[in-house]
Design a protein around this ligand. Structure first.
Ligand code: ADP
Ligand code: MG
Length: 373
């Protein structure tokens, strides 16, 4: 090879190396420019009545997914106000709420969405006002039925309130459950009631365990569905609907009670029938929008024998346990999203609020604005 050819080759490879180094720097610059300071707040949640992302394991799965997306993320297991104050002082661009509130001894619970709104910190999920629809099933049912969205007929009962079958607002078969519990707590085969003496005893046992009037619904004898809903930046909804098939109990019932949920004995399957899928997703989107949910939520739906869909409940801080929670599982089954993709989508609106130059409380999607609507 003559000398001039060697020089040419050498300069070419030098140019390629310089170009590569430059491109690499650009990528690094892009990643660091888009790197966000994110914090997750959870609490030792065994004591909480309400659901959240799940155990520490679920929070760590979310944390690792966010790290893989290239962000700075810290997990806080807060038990007191001082811990929350520390989070606020660090001025995170986005706080992920893995639970709705932290419980304090001899003091009122601190609702995290309220606390962070007051401190003008951007956070994921819905405002305290909207979270009430998740905490209180009747509040959600009243709100939705006023907007023409179907939900099972219901009444509220306390022990001794009804003395005979004919006094009941409507009759058997009925389904009895706690007004504000989650994860199937208080729900078992005895929730399905066809006789007055069984009605009385389940009302008494639920009232004693949960210190709340009991929610009595007409029994829906059809199929069960859940829809993971994620709002995109452009306000479009990503809907991941699946059918849940509970195990059959010894009494031949198919109920997602506490035991089935603990044993993970239910199965989730794709909805192949387009018409049913359409009905289920339409109801879920209508419920999500009517309740004013921000960012994400899971809507549970049940049908009656003739296939009519009824809103059952909204889960606004859905479980995020990798490999078992309904929310990521539904996203996988219905849309093929892996866990990291689900976490990325969950944060998209929150991140957009963080990048917006508007203060979070004035942002069109702000919890404050939603409350005002
Ligand atoms: N009206 C009803 N008719 C029939 N089954 C019901 C009814 N309400 C609830 N269930 C059954 O009980 C399960 C739990 O009810 P749900 O209201 O979703 O409470 P949780 O918050 O504990 O998940 C449902 O998934 C369903 O299997
Ligand atoms: Mg449910």
């Amino acid at each position: 090879m003559d000398f001039s050819l060697r020089i040419t080759l050498f300069s070419k490879s030098l140019l390629v190396s310089i170009y590569q180094a430059f491109a690499f720097q650009l990528i690094l610059l892009f990643v660091s420019e888009n790197k966000m300071h994110i914090e997750i707040i959870t609490t030792p949640n065994e004591a909480l009545k309400e659901s959240g992302f799940g155990s520490l394991k679920a929070c760590n799965s979310v944390l690792h997914a966010i790290q893989r997306l290239g962000h700075d993320v810290k997990l806080n297991v807060c038990e007191n106000r001082a811990c929350l104050d520390e989070v606020v002082k660090r001025k995170p661009e986005l706080v992920i709420l893995a639970v709705k509130y932290i419980a304090l001894e001899n003091e009122d619970d601190i609702w995290l969405s309220d606390y962070l709104s007051q401190h003008k910190v951007n956070f994921t999920g819905s405002s305290r006002e909207v979270l009430k629809f998740d905490s209180n099933k009747v509040k959600a049912k009243i709100h939705l039925s006023n907007k023409g969205i179907k939900t099972a007929r219901y009444f509220i009962a306390t022990p001794g309130q009804y003395n005979k079958e004919r006094e009941l607002p409507f009759t058997f078969p009925l389904f009895l459950k706690p007004l504000d519990a989650a994860n199937g707590n208080g729900i078992d085969d005895l929730s399905y009631v066809t006789r007055f003496e069984n009605f009385e005893s389940k009302v008494t046992s639920l009232y004693e365990s949960f210190n709340q009037p009991v929610l009595v619904e007409e029994y829906l004898d059809g199929r069960e569905f859940t829809v993971a809903v994620i709002k995109k930046n452009n306000n479009e909804l990503i809907l991941s609907a699946v059918e849940i098939i509970p195990p059959t109990s010894t009494n031949g019932l198919k109920i997602l009670g506490a035991q089935a949920k603990k044993d993970d004995s239910e199965t989730m399957v794709t909805i192949n029938d387009h018409e049913i899928k359409n009905r289920v997703t339409t109801l879920a989107a209508a419920a999500f929008n009517s309740l004013g949910v921000r960012d994400f939520g899971r809507i549970d739906i049940k049908t009656n024998k003739s296939g009519e869909c009824f809103f059952m409940e909204a889960n606004l801080v859905p479980g995020m346990t990798h490999g078992s929670s309904y929310f990521p599982q539904a996203c996988k089954i219905a849309n093929g999203f892996d866990y990291d993709k689900v976490v990325e989508l969950l944060l998209a609106c929150g991140m957009a609020r963080a990048s917006s130059t508007m203060p979070p409380n004035l942002h069109p999607d702000s919890d404050d604005t939603i409350v005002a609507l």
